[in-house]
Design a protein around this ligand. Structure first.
Ligand SMILES: CCC1=C(C)/C(=C/C2=NC(=C\c3[nH]c(/C=C4\NC(=O)[C@H](C)[C@H]4CC)c(C)c3CCC(=O)O)/C(CCC(=O)O)=C2C)NC1=O
Length: 169
């Protein structure tokens, strides 16, 4: 597990360098966004169940074929598995938001995920859309709470979507 600080230190240590101007700028920007990161995590934590439920509802509204008999989220078991996956993405996104680093996502969420999805026929594009909907919801909530620059929230959601969307083989 790594965060913005340990990742930076590791990179400098590998080449035996002191922390230079670029490192200080990076650290400053991470610490400056610290309060907002914690605020975002608090908001997500207090609304996780409703974010997942609402994002799922919106996804199935947009793509109703997912919950029709030929769809991958058809049957109660698979419907729940889908919402559970959305909950995983949201929870791990909060870890990455606080860490200021996507390492935790690579290590705990994304490793082997595309292979699993492909073998179970879980469609990637709607999953990506579900993550996108959650990102939009979270950004709106955090903006409404008074955080003016929510760009730091893009990183984990975009990272998961980029990795999930990577072309096959
Ligand atoms: C914390 C890291 C972690 C992740 C990310 C994870 C994902 C994950 N999702 C799975 C299944 C699944 N995932 C979905 C998800 C969906 N189907 C759709 O049509 C939608 C597009 C989408 C929801 C947005 C479904 C329906 C299944 C069950 C598929 C099946 O068993 O046929 C499975 C197979 C095993 C299982 O059913 O539990 C895994 C491992 N597990 C983990 O431990």
């Amino acid at each position: 597990m790594q965060d913005a600080v340990t990742t930076l230190i590791k990179n400098y240590d590998v080449t035996g360098r002191y922390l230079d101007r670029d490192a200080m700028d990076e650290l400053e920007s991470y610490f400056a966004s610290g309060q907002a990161r914690i605020q975002a995590a608090t908001i997500i934590n207090g609304n996780a169940a409703s974010i997942v439920k609402e994002a799922g509802r919106q996804l199935f509204d947009e793509q109703p074929e997912l919950i029709r008999p030929s769809g991958n989220a058809y049957t109660t078991r698979r419907y729940s598995a889908c919402l559970r996956d959305m909950d995983y993405y949201l929870r791990y996104a909060t870890y990455a938001i606080v860490a200021g680093d996507t390492y935790v996502l690579d290590e705990r969420v994304l490793q082997g995920l595309r292979e699993t999805y492909n073998s179970l026929g879980v469609p990637i594009a709607p999953t990506v859309r579900g993550i996108e909907i959650m990102k939009e919801m979270v950004k709106q909530m955090v903006e409404e709470a008074g955080v003016t620059d929510t760009s730091f929230l893009d990183q984990p959601f975009d990272h998961m979507n980029r990795e999930l969307s990577e072309k096959d083989i």
